[in-house]
Design a protein around this ligand. Structure first.
Ligand SMILES: [Cu+2]
Length: 76
């Protein structure tokens, strides 16, 4: 498992974070329990299985619900 931190465009209301969390929960390979959307910082932290999913798939899922991903960091 690896950890990812995604920096998003500024989130303006809490329902944005719900949408993003929902989009990420639908992706297999992401540890659903680990998903944490930090509303004030407009960041998402999560753990994922790098053999099943990559950050580009996460970015695509977030874009699909209408949000930009500005930066993606992956840690071991
Ligand atoms: Cu919103």
């Amino acid at each position: 498992m690896k950890k990812a931190v995604l920096q998003l465009e500024t989130l303006v209301c809490p329902s944005c974070s719900m949408k993003i969390e929902g989009a990420l929960k639908s992706i297999s390979g992401i540890d659903k329990e680990s998903i944490s959307v930090l509303f004030n910082a407009s960041k998402v932290k999560l753990s994922f299985d790098e053999t099943q999913v990559n950050v580009d798939a996460m970015k695509a899922a977030i874009n699909k619900v209408g949000f930009e991903v500005l930066k993606m960091q992956v840690k071991e």
